[in-house]
Design a protein around this ligand. Structure first.
Ligand SMILES: CC(C)(COP(=O)(O)OP(=O)(O)OC[C@H]1O[C@@H](n2cnc3c(N)ncnc32)[C@H](O)[C@@H]1OP(=O)(O)O)[C@@H](O)C(=O)NCCC(=O)NCCS
Length: 164
């Protein structure tokens, strides 16, 4: 099986939009913290994407044997402090629960550590998004103890530090 992360580009937006449209409001908020705007539109996702590009954030699609099944991104890159955060993390519904999310995140962590030389990554996860919290723990993330509110939802900060 061939697994790959490739740059997410504007032409990937319509497919991503279809996936977002199929999610419940609660799940959508867990995924984007309302940064795509509501209701979900192609324009809202495009604006988010253009803003990410202008800030030099790194957005990836995840492919399994050439088929796009997920998306993940590195945001708020700080090459001086060698830190970043993980933005939206998403595996297509019909491909969840069989290890692809973990593989996608592992590829991203490898890229962050080996290619960019980062030391620390964190992310926000919905306080009530227990499946995702469990998932991040399985992938080596721990709780920082910090919380913040985004889009009306309480979010927990989880983090990972790389050992060199
Ligand atoms: C979270 C998400 C990316 C996980 O991807 P996935 O492909 O389903 O996860 P995997 O199959 O790779 O599972 C990896 C580990 O996480 C655990 N896990 C995954 N989904 C889980 C769930 N719903 N409940 C409990 N544990 C779960 C698995 O048990 C597995 O552990 P194991 O290696 O010991 O078996 C995916 O479910 C998703 O896209 N969810 C919707 C969007 C979302 O919540 N994103 C996160 C926002 S912060």
């Amino acid at each position: 099986m061939k697994l790959a992360l490739k740059p997410f580009t504007e032409k990937d937006i319509p497919q991503f939009y279809e996936w977002m449209k199929s999610e419940s409001e609660e799940m959508l908020t867990f995924i984007d913290g309302v940064t795509f705007g509501r209701p979900i539109t192609i324009e809202g996702i495009t604006n988010y994407h253009n803003n990410a590009i202008s800030k030099k954030w790194l957005s990836f699609k995840f492919l399994v044997d050439g088929e796009i099944i997920g998306h993940i991104e590195l945001i708020r890159l700080d090459l001086v402090a060698q830190t970043s955060a993980i933005g939206y993390v998403y595996i297509r519904r019909d491909r969840r629960g069989v290890g692809f999310g973990k593989k996608m995140l592992e590829l991203l962590l490898l890229h962050a550590k080996i290619k960019i030389g980062l030391k620390y990554l964190d992310l926000l996860v919905g306080e009530n998004n227990n499946p995702a919290q469990h998932f991040y723990k399985k992938c080596g993330f721990g709780y920082s103890g910090k919380t913040l509110e985004k889009g009306g939802t309480n979010m927990l900060v989880m983090y990972i530090k790389f050992k060199y």
